[in-house]
Structure formats: structure tokens, C-alpha cells
Write a protein that binds this ligand. Structure first.
Ligand code: UD1
Ligand code: UDP
Length: 418
């Protein structure tokens, strides 16, 4: 493909489908609009949004479009839930049809879900270049479906937007190196490959919406864990999210996690658990888990539906600690300075651990309770709660300064319009 002539529109097909992708795409879509407002109409990005339908409940999808003012998708593929193979196959077929109609200049995919994999694969098969936002992350655990999705999406991508230096290094280890680290030259996109350290678009979203969440969200008041409404003790709540297959689909690990939550609740702390539909379904399908959940509730665990983004980040900011297996939530805990105990055996966001704000506890209740004691002993000022692991060589601001989306759009503008 030639560099675009002035007056042309760069057609970008953005593929999303799962909750964190709506949050990531919101930042980039805002940056496209900003670029168009400053540079159009002679040079314009036309961002065509495709929603695969991987997530479809209102509180897993619609709420993010409304709250974050994401434009209505031009295509909603309505794929829904299924096994990995069938879900990905349905997405591939449906995305292929959209590509045939739209013939975009570039397909933009985010993160590591089945929607990411299908978008990248459908595009390259039709000789359309792919840009991957959140490239280069690795857990080095190939039993994770997301790890496979990331590896394949990176391999297929022409432009790799990395959130961290670690991600750039991971790609280098796999022999994926860009031609230039930042600036693009106008050329046939298929003749080049670029690895770009952009920073993390989820950090952009958090910075952009943090203040808004404090002003608009009523979640603390609604759940009765807010500082203004209740006693000093109940303000000390712990926030929990669980949705990874390795936990949610493994009754033994879920039992262990629930045991740990019961121990925390029985120490007098409110535990707020916005439950992902996968986890809700599986907990109720497992008799011992359902029984344990009932005991947790008696001890002070509050289960609620998945939350809107503004509610979630207000809850995160004000929590005593966060227990999670989510990638996005680990990072948000770090950026908000809230201690995080990660319910996994590895993480892609290694900087959060290296800098002492995150500890991997797996599903071991003993490890979790021991680390929770460490959080309680922490004075919350200055140093991170898990101090000794801090490495002076790690950038204290590893996820960028809130301009990742601008860097991404600026890079694409250089590529298409110079
Ligand atoms: C997916 C991603 C994961 C990401 C997560 C974000 C893959 C392989 N996994 O995991 O990387 O971290 O999204 O949340 O793509 N369900 C509903 N309603 C919905 C969506 C899901 O009830 O709106 C239930 C269904 O029973 C479904 C299950 O949740 O089978 C799992 O959904 P799925 O999208 O397959 O995986 P997630 O666990 O959400
Ligand atoms: N999130 C949300 N509501 C919730 C749980 C999570 O808005 O009830 C947000 C969270 O703040 C973060 C993103 O969703 O921005 C993380 O998504 P998720 O945990 O589903 O996926 P992961 O990041 O692990 O891929």
C-alpha cells in the first residue's frame, strides 16, 4: 500500500468484544477524534468499530459504551459465548464478511481475547495489515488461552504497540523487532514491521476518568462501604475480582479463594466482590463453592453484579486492598497506590510486583492471609507495602504518562499521511 495522498481517509477497522477492550478502545477512539479535529478534513481517520459480541450482558458491554461515550459499533456480530474453537470460528467468519464490505487500510486489535485472535487472523488472511495494541505481554504459561492469543496476534501483526519496556524485550526475545522505535516512514505497510513503545492505554483511561469517578459514582454509598455513610470499621473494605479460567473453572481453586475471603471477612473487613458471569455460573454449579459463598456472605462478603467502569475505579481507589486475577485491575491498583494480592501464579504486569505494590499469592489461603497481614501492618505512606522486592532499576512510571493513545494515533498518522 502506498502512503496516502492528502485528502484521503485512512480507514481503520477496530475490533473489540470483551469488557477491557471497550475501555482500551475508548482511549484510542478519543485520540482519533482529537486528531481529526486538529488535522481534518483533508487528512482523516475513519474509525469503524466492530463489536464481536463476545461479551453481551448490559453490565459487561452496553454500560461501557454509554459511560465512556464510545461510538455505537458500526457492526455488531452477536457471536456470544461458546467453546474457544467455535467462538473464534464464528468471529472469523463474521469479521471476514465485514472486511470484504469495508476493505479497511488497517485492522486494530486490542489485548489477548478470542476477539483479538479472530480479528488479527481474519485480517492477515485478506492481506490487510494488523496493528496490535498491548503487544508483547507474556505470562510464559501456555495453558492460559490468553497467552496463545497474544503470541499469535503478535506474530501476525505488522505494527506492535507495546505498553511497557518489558513487552518490547519479550518481543525481542522472540525475534520480533521493529525497524524504528518511534517514527514511521511512509511506505507499504506490509514491507515493514514496527515495534512501538506507546505506554498503556488503560493507564490513559484511568487518568482521564479518575476524577470523574470520584465526582459521579455513588458506589460506596450504594454498597454501604463509603466513608461518608458508615462507621470507620466498615470503610476498610477489600475489593475482589475473579474471572480467569484457571480459577473460575477450577472448583478446588475457587474453594481455596473463598476460604481466604471468609478469613478476611471474619476479621471484620467488608469484602466487595463484583462477580463476573463466568464465576457466578461456576460457583453456583459447584455445591461446595456455593456453600462456602453463603458462609462468606454471613461473614460480611458483598456480592454484586459486574460494575460500570466509573464505579469500579472509585471502589478500587478507596479500597484497603485489592485481590484479583485480572490484568487490568492489577495495573489499576498499582496506578492508584492500592496494595494488590494477585490470585495467580504469574503475571504479565511484572513491574507491579517489582515495584512492591503487587504480590502473587496464587489460590493459597495461607499465603493470602499472610500477605493481607502485611497490608494491615503497612502504614500506607510513601513506600510500597511489599517493600523488599523493589528494584531500583525499574522505571517507577512503567505504564506511561496517560498519552499512549495519542502516541498510537500519532504513529499511525505518520505512517498514513507523510
Ligand atoms: C474473556 C477473555 C479474557 C478477558 C476477559 C475480560 C478470552 C479467551 N478470554 O474472558 O482474556 O480477561 O474476557 O473480562 O477471550 N458470560 C456471560 N455474559 C457475558 C459474557 C460472558 O454470561 O456478557 C459468561 C458465559 O457463560 C461465558 C463465560 O462468561 O461462557 C466466559 O466468557 P468468555 O468471554 O468466554 O471469557 P471471559 O472469562 O469473559
Ligand atoms: N472492570 C469494571 N467492572 C468490573 C470489573 C472490572 O469496569 O466489575 C474494569 C476494570 O476496572 C478494568 C477492566 O474492567 O479496567 C479489567 O477487565 P477484566 O478484569 O474483565 O479483564 P482483564 O483486564 O483481566 O483482561
Amino acid at each position: 500500500m502506498e502512503s496516502m495522498a492528502v485528502g484521503e481517509t485512512a480507514k481503520i477497522l477496530t475490533i473489540v468484544g470483551a469488557r477491557p477492550q471497550f475501555i482500551k478502545a475508548a482511549a484510542v477512539s478519543r485520540a482519533f477524534e482529537k486528531w481529526n479535529a486538529a488535522n481534518g478534513p483533508s487528512r482523516t481517520f475513519h474509525d469503524i468499530l466492530v463489536h464481536t459480541g463476545q461479551h453481551y450482558d448490559d453490565n459487561m458491554s452496553r454500560v461501557f459504551f454509554e459511560e465512556l461515550h464510545i461510538p455505537e459499533p458500526a457492526y455488531h456480530l452477536g457471536v456470544g459465548s461458546d467453546t474457544h474453537g467455535r467462538q473464534t470460528a464464528k468471529m472469523l467468519a463474521a469479521i471476514e464478511e465485514v472486511l470484504e464490505i469495508e476493505r479497511p487500510h488497517l485492522v486494530l486489535v486490542y489485548g489477548d481475547t478470542n476477539s483479538t485472535l479472530a480479528g488479527a487472523l481474519a485480517a492477515v488472511k485478506r492481506h490487510i495489515p494488523v496493528a496490535h495494541v498491548e503487544a508483547g505481554l507474556r505470562s510464559f504459561n501456555r495453558r492460559m488461552p490468553e497467552e496463545i492469543n497474544r503470541i499469535v496476534a503478535d506474530e501476525l501483526s505488522q505494527i506492535l504497540f507495546c505498553p511497557t519496556v518489558t513487552a518490547v524485550d519479550n518481543l525481542r526475545q522472540e525475534g520480533i523487532e521493529g525497524e524504528g522505535s518511534g517514527t514511521a516512514v511512509s511506505c507499504d505497510i506490509f514491507s515493514g514491521r514496527w515495534v512501538v513503545l506507546s505506554g498503556d492505554v488503560m493507564a490513559d483511561s484511568l487518568l482521564y476518568n479518575g476524577q470523574l469517578a470520584e465526582q459521579r459514582s455513588q458506589i460506596l454509598e450504594r454498597l454501604g462501604v463509603g466513608p461518608k455513610t458508615v462507621t470507620e470499621a466498615s470503610r476498610r473494605y477489600v475489593l475482589v475480582t475473579v474471572h480467569r479460567a484457571e480459577n473460575a473453572d477450577a472448583p478446588h481453586r475457587m474453594e481455596q479463594i473463598l476460604e481466604a475471603l471468609r478469613a478476611v471477612a471474619e476479621r471484620g473487613f467488608a469484602v466487595v466482590f463484583p462477580m463476573h458471569p463466568r464465576t457466578l455460573k461456576n460457583v453456583h454449579a459447584c455445591t461446595s463453592c456455593a456453600h462456602l459463598l453463603a458462609r462468606c456472605r454471613k461473614a460480611g462478603l458483598i456480592v454484586c453484579e459486574p460494575l460500570s467502569y466509573l464505579d469500579m475505579i472509585r471502589l478500587e481507589r478507596n479500597a484497603l486492598a485489592i485481590l484479583t486475577d485480572s490484568g487490568g485491575v492489577q495495573k489499576e491498583a498499582f496506578l492508584l497506590g492500592v496494595p494488590c494480592l494477585t490470585l495467580r501464579d504469574e503475571t504479565e504486569w511484572v513491574e507491579t510486583v517489582q515495584l512492591g505494590w503487587n504480590v502473587l499469592v496464587g489460590a493459597d489461603p495461607m499465603a493470602l492471609v499472610r500477605r493481607f497481614e502485611q497490608v494491615l501492618a503497612w502504614n500506607g505512606v510513601g513506600a510500597p507495602f511489599a517493600g523488599p522486592e523493589v528494584s531500583p532499576s525499574v522505571d517507577p512510571q512503567p505504564y506511561g504518562d496517560g498519552r499512549a493513545a495519542e502516541i498510537i494515533v500519532g504513529f499511525l498518522a505518520d505512517l498514513f499521511f507523510t
